[in-house]
Write a protein that binds this ligand. Structure first.
Ligand code: BES
Ligand code: ZN
Ligand code: MN
Length: 514
């Protein structure tokens, strides 16, 4: 017992802390005399403006000559470094041209481009960014640039003997320095931290992040935040609620499942909350329906949905959003063993509906079925969202660009697509047809968990949908294709994206009573 405690302590200590790459941001109304790097934006080559124009004048047209010699195109995201110019070690030129003006996610993308460019050249960045040449109507544009930088400046190096201890010191020069600083420090940076947190959880190997530890880590991370209450249901509690689906998935593992419920009550007392439920499979081997080895290692990130819920709860609690939200994380490890559930077994859920197991690899819908039902019974939410790396099918349909969005009505889906567009995390609708519910009828139980063929993403949603009140606004997000990427994007290095934190944060903002 003592030994076990000690081991837990070590594992927890090792897990604590976000990415070791640091981003420090200051906002100033006037430019500093000295900075190693000066970042300038270029909207049009015909008429340099802002700091680019100033540097060009100061160097007797040298900057425009360099741009011409190097055939620089000012399209959004293009970047070039010029060394030893106008008294700076480096001038980083970034194209910001965009037909209809830059929106908030595009500003974050540009911040991400800057982070990628600067960290590729120096370990410690000391840069000044003048934002006057940006073609945007977004208030607090500098704050969005900074948050994009923060998002991109991430590295998971806890298992490397040589850490990435680079520090980025940024000064954003903007007329509205005070309000941009306020927006960054009291709002956007918390969202970016939530994203990093989600990436940390999704990247952590399964060996050191099983349900018990995941739950402990969540409790530790949220310590000290206002209006937060965390409850951890273990197997004993699950038995009380008859959560046979969640318990069934966890049965093959030596590590018991958990259901972690984070309540954040920052809104009106008694007002119905939003419920966010995430799939938290700490490792998905497939169970008895075991997966092939190719790519199985990436199933350490099969808890990305739950990780995104945690990151979102962290962000909204740190921001102090005036809203009530409950985050549920359905945690289990899907392992094959003599105790594991078998294909053909029948599980009884908390709702009472029975599920015949066609594939033990279709486990995400099982853990979520009990989680979403529990959320409705306990909290009577006004909106229910579930998020999961649920099906390869979603990834094949929509690739990297969109998470699959499934709701009960196309109109509602188009409304939710807008939330995605404003957050920078895009979703695209897939259907949910009465036939999909027909397809999951079982000959010996109420429903079956798969084996119904195509379309896989919709079938998965139909299983979960069976446990969601038809009158309740319901959003199903399948992030299997978007959370783990093989190459970098502007706001994230390759690997886990922490996908869903920005989306859910935006959704919650839209429901805030502020
Ligand atoms: N965790 C997987 C889905 C997944 C696949 C996530 C690829 C990320 C990348 C999920 O549990 C799963 O195994 N789904 C099966 C469902 C099938 C058995 C009905 C799938 O998609 O093949
Ligand atoms: Zn899975
Ligand atoms: Mn699976």
């Amino acid at each position: 017992m003592k030994m076990k405690k000690l081991v837990l302590g070590i594992a927890l200590a090792a897990l604590a802390g976000l990415s070791s790459a640091q981003t420090n941001v200051k906002f100033n109304t006037s430019a500093l005399e000295k900075a190693d790097t000066q970042v300038v934006f270029i909207n049009s080559l015909d008429a340099l403006s802002g700091k680019a124009a100033e540097l060009d004048n100061k160097t007797n047209g040298r900057l425009s000559t360099l741009l011409e010699l190097n055939d620089f195109k000012p399209e959004k995201g293009n970047a070039m470094h010029f060394q030893l110019l106008a008294g700076f070690d480096t001038v980083l030129v970034v194209g910001v041209h965009d037909g209809d003006g830059l929106d908030a996610p595009e500003l974050q993308d540009i911040g991400g481009v800057i982070a990628a460019q600067l960290s590729a050249t120096t370990k410690n960045v000391n840069a000044q960014i003048n934002i006057e040449a940006l073609n945007t109507t977004v208030t607090g544009a500098g704050a969005f640039i900074a948050s994009g930088y923060y998002l991109r400046n991430y590295s998971f190096d806890k298992y490397k003997t040589e850490k990435d201890e680079g520090i980025s010191n940024l000064t954003i020069v903007t007329e509205s320095a005070d309000s941009a600083s306020d927006m960054y420090n009291n709002d956007l940076v918390h969202v970016a931290k939530g994203v990093h947190m989600a990436r940390d959880f999704a990247t952590e190997p399964g060996k050191s992040l099983y349900p018990e530890l995941f739950a402990k880590q969540i409790k530790q991370t949220f310590r000290g935040l206002d209006n937060i209450d965390i409850e951890v249901l273990d197997v004993k509690d699950m038995r009380k609620y008859n959560m046979g689906a969640l318990m069934g998935v966890g049965k093959g593992s030596v590590h018991d499942p958990r259901l972690v419920v984070i309540e954040y009550m920052g809104g009106e007392k008694g007002e119905a909350p939003i419920a966010l439920a995430g799939k938290g499979i700490t490792f998905d081997t497939g169970g008895i329906s075991i997966k092939g080895n190719t790519g199985m290692w990436a199933m350490k990130s099969d808890l990305s949905g739950a990780a995104a819920v945690a990151g979102t709860m962290y962000a909204i609690a740190s921001r102090g959003e005036k809203v009530n939200v409950v985050g549920l994380m359905a945690m289990a490890e899907n392992m094959p063993s003599q105790d594991a559930i078998r294909p053909g077994d029948v599980l009884e859920t908390m709702k009472g509906t029975t599920i015949e197991i066609m594939s033990t690899d279709a486990e995400g819908r099982l853990v979520l079925s009990d989680a979403v039902y529990y959320a409705q019974q306990e909290y009577n939410p006004k909106l229910l969202l579930n998020i999961a790396t649920l099906t390869g099918s979603a990834g094949r349909a929509l690739s990297d660009e969109y998470a699959a969005l499934i709701t009960r009505s196309f109109d509602y889906s188009t409304e939710i697509m807008e939330v995605g567009a404003r957050s920078g995390e895009h979703v695209w609708p897939l259907p949910l047809h009465p036939n999909h519910f027909e397809q999951i009828k079982s000959p010996i139980a109420d429903i079956k968990n798969s084996g119904a063929g195509s379309p896989g993403a919709s079938i998965g949603a139909a299983v979960i949908g069976t446990f969601v009140d038809e009158e309740l606004p319901w959003i199903h997000l399948d992030i299997a294709g978007v959370d783990w990427l093989e190459s970098d994007i502007d706001v994230a290095p390759k690997g886990s994206q922490g996908w869903g934190v920005r989306f859910m944060d935006q959704l919650v903002r839209d429901h805030s009573s502020k």
